[in-house]
Design a protein around this ligand. Structure first.
Ligand SMILES: C[S@@+](CC[C@H](N)C(=O)[O-])C[C@H]1O[C@@H](n2cnc3c(N)ncnc32)[C@H](O)[C@@H]1O
Length: 281
């Protein structure tokens, strides 16, 4: 049904931004002892082999995580993210990259729970097998993540976050995310919702951040990283953004430290840059 395979893109600049934000959100939730629920609506595979054919095809990780891997000094929020990748790579060599589900699993405490959804047949099988041992704290289902999110809110502990990370292969995903966020906020208004989105030369992509901001006026943060100038042929991902509703209060400051560093480390030409905006009541 889906042709998108995240393995081709694992560890690229978009994963670096997305997973840095994810790690920060989870760390923030862990500041309190009370359990939390984390929902990953579009989980992908758990672990990506960077030596495998998929990852090596375009070697996107080489202009992403690989550029941070050997850095001795990193801003603290980036160091926290790289530490999660290191857990999978105990030798100094970068051989594997964790998907969002694996990062979340590594960071979870015994009182927290993780709910994963993935529709791609191969990816979901891999995910379900990989996390079988962690049940019931972690569960993975080959089901639609939007419906899954709806069924889980509000969490019994009234603490939680969701990562919403579609591939936007289907243009309808733009609208599906907006509908899912409105519904989620009705069910669980204080949840943190983190939405990844691509920056490509496409009308939907340009208008999307503005549409997202209107879903939760006064309670959002939007960060984007552009690694190069828009390609002349109009194709390809030259940047991405993370839009977060009810962001941790510590996130704006963390990203203000991280983003200039990322532009410097991952930027490929003079078109590289970042934006960071928030409206937090
Ligand atoms: C960008 S990838 C996920 C990457 C992953 N979150 C990470 O950060 O490592 C998007 C995934 O969503 C899956 N997918 C697409 N539509 C879905 C849906 N409605 N529900 C659940 N999964 C879906 C695709 O098969 C794909 O594996």
């Amino acid at each position: 049904m889906f042709s998108y395979r995240h393995a081709f893109h694992a560890g690229n600049h978009a994963d670096v931004l997305k997973h840095t934000v994810l790690v920060h959100i989870i760390q923030h939730l862990k500041r309190k002892e009370k359990p939390f629920l984390l929902v990953d609506t579009h989980a992908g595979a758990a672990v990506h082999d960077l030596t495998g054919t998929f990852a090596r095809k375009n070697a996107e990780f080489e202009s992403g995580i690989a550029r941070l891997w050997k850095r001795k000094v990193l801003p603290a929020p980036l160091a926290d993210y790289v530490a999660q990748v290191r857990q999978l790579n105990p030798s100094a060599e970068l051989l594997a990259y964790p998907g969002s589900a694996q990062i979340a699993h590594q960071m979870l405490r015994k009182q927290d729970s993780l709910r994963l959804f993935e529709l791609h047949t191969t990816e979901s099988r891999h995910l379900i097998d990989h996390f079988e041992h962690a049940a019931p704290r972690v569960s993975a289902k080959a089901e639609d993540g939007f419906a899954g999110l709806r069924s889980l809110l509000p969490p019994p502990s009234r603490r939680g976050a969701a990562l919403i990370d579609p591939s936007y292969e289907d243009k309808a995903d733009y609208q599906r995310v907006i509908v899912a966020l409105r519904d989620a906020l009705e069910r669980f208004a204080t949840g943190t919702y983190a939405v990844w989105h691509p920056i490509v030369k496409r009308r939907e992509s340009r208008e999307y951040a503005e549409r997202l901001k209107r879903v939760a006026p006064g309670d959002w943060l939007e960060v984007s990283l552009t690694v190069k100038s828009p390609p002349e042929d109009g194709f390809g991902l030259f940047g991405s953004g993370m839009f977060v509703i009810n962001p941790p209060w510590t996130l704006p400051r963390a990203l203000a430290e991280v983003m200039p560093f990322l532009v410097d480390a991952l930027g490929q030409d003079a078109g590289a840059g970042y934006t960071l905006q928030s409206e937090i009541a």
